[in-house]
Design a protein around this ligand. Sequence first.
Ligand code: BGC
Length: 735
Amino acid sequence: MKKKVFMYGLCLLGTLCTLSAKEKKGQLLYKDAKVPVEQRVEDLLSRMTLEEKVLQLNQYTLGRNTNVNNIGEAVKEIPAEIGSLIYFDRTPNLRNHMQKKAVEESRLGIPVLFGYDAIHGFRTIYPISLGQACSWNPELVEQACAVSAQEARMSGVDWTFSPMIDVARDPRWGRVAEGYGEDPYTNGVFAAASVRGYQGDDLSAEDRIAACLKHYVGYGASEAGRDYVYTEISGQTLWDTYLLPYEMGVKAGAATLMSSFNDISGVPGSANHYIMTEVLKERWGHEGFIVSDWGAIEQLKNQGLAATKKEAAMRAFNAGLEMDMMSHAYDRHLQELVEEGKVSMAQIDESVRRVLRLKFRLGLFERPYTPLTTEKERFFRPQSRATAGELAAESMVLLKNANGVLPLTNVKKIAVVGPMAKNGWDLLGSWCGHGKDTDVEMLYNGLAAEFKDKAELRYAAGCKQDGDDRSGFAEAVEAARWSDVVVLCLGEKMTWSGENASRSTIALPTIQEALAVALKEAGKPIVLVLSNGRPLELNRLEPICDAMLEIWQPGINGARPTAGILSGRINPSGKLAITFPYSTGQIPIYYNRRKSGRGHQGFYKDITSDPLYPFGHGLSYTEFTYGAITPSVTTLKRGEKLTVEVVVTNTGSRDGMETVHWFIADPYCSITRPVKELKHFEKQDIKAGESKTFRFDIDPEHDLSFVNGDGKRFLESGEYHILVKDQKMKIELLN
Ligand code: BGC
């Protein structure tokens, strides 16, 4: 701490000395791009009034808001000194107009930071994050985020409120679509990949934007899957499950974080000193800032933590929350709170410092305006479309393929049935940025292009996604009778998942299941194509369908990959990053649960206690045979490392891609551990007949250790298990 103060002192001294020299020449130090960022920050800070400082800590909106959950104020009179704006437009013009006001009309000319929810694409919409995780391909996710960054930055957005890395184990919660599934490590790996994709190596580049890890922390534990409610999280689970992805995202360099709405054991995320200050800033050394979720400060009143907005502002700010998104709590009360001595000037300075630091890093002082370009120059570059398609293809999970019904190599007549077949809009998924349904290729069109000259297609919607109008069933059954195979496209509306979109059951509406039952009467094989934003309850559909392909909400370019998998042009390689329960009543169900006191008892009386499809499930058109796990050593001392390898051979007749998941289990420990925990994964191309080696370098300090309820790490001697697929290997760590 002392060292830090000394450094700041030096910095300030440096600033002041250079200052006089520069200022003589008429140039303000903070405006000089050649001066190091920290000096520029200090110089600017030293010139700011309290009022100017406070405004930097606020975020309003600009443009038309399309998020129905957050119909905010219509911002007419935005102060030129505002810190940040959520930018709802998709052209640079409005931004530049506002920026001109900030740069030219404010005393110090501090540019505004423009943020937006570019969640799975800005205009080129790619699969929802839950789907992305099933690709197990972080490089591809990084590329997709880079596309999003390019489109956003060129449209006037400097900062995205993404990635969302809330571990979610209750698929009733609509926001399960937005994260990377049920596993903490998986969320962490994709957090890091997204951060790299958005931010690159240089935030000031004209095709990069700042990332924001959200919602810090524990939002995914929302009780019963209802949104915005209480979360019950023990210290142990907080560290084991919810904090890990954030730690990984922070290590990857995420510029900012967003605080969560949820109440964690009596202290909501947005007023939680432990989480925001002790953990994030003091232990992890994060130098960026935290923005509140929309209205989260004001909501502290509803949660019963503060009686007034002023008190809410004080609690949030003193806990370490730098920027107020849309509560108007900081702009109205921070100055007064400083004057009353309830908020310190030092903390105001530290918060402003963090906001300014990002503005300098983004190059906003040098290039506050976004160059004017045409939509054609900004959106849908050929490589962007290709990336969206590749990611969609790798996200898709072949859940079932009985009797080799897929691929459809010898069919001449295909009935394409269901409410999702000619539906572009819902394939986009929630939080689809500036995506439009007209950008999306519909499944029917993708199939028509794929099977052109090979098979004849006949279409019948059959029914809508919900309701009970069965008048279209007869036409659908007739098409099925005519066909060699039925491709049945069922799924969810985009509004059924995402924010404020919980469902009490994860089954598809009865009408869609009834359509499948009716089609079965035609006696033709049924290939079910599912598009949805959460795991579904499929136990009634599964026996009716010969094959099932989960395509998630794949974005604009999901139709060709779907058709390509059905035709066999593409060999599916996705694997589930989240468990598909047998039924809603099994929730919560996830692979890394803790052990039961009676493993042989405690099962449901009425249904199986196993999920329908476990974490990691996903079929291919080829066969992969695993050799034995080979360790470099089986006994090791503290300080030593080991390597484990497994050779996987493609014993089938098609080239394919395989993901190997490496799990660790600690059978006996002073704190009970999950049955197994994912610690590493790798995906490789393996040609037919070829073998590839997969390797996991294990550092016991990192991979075998565990944390306690305060994040302290321990490594105990004894037995550990390394698990791959159905193999288990023991190793021993000596004292
Ligand atoms: C959501 C956030 C989002 C913010 C801004 C909130 O309601 O919870 O995920 O980033 O709005 O749109």
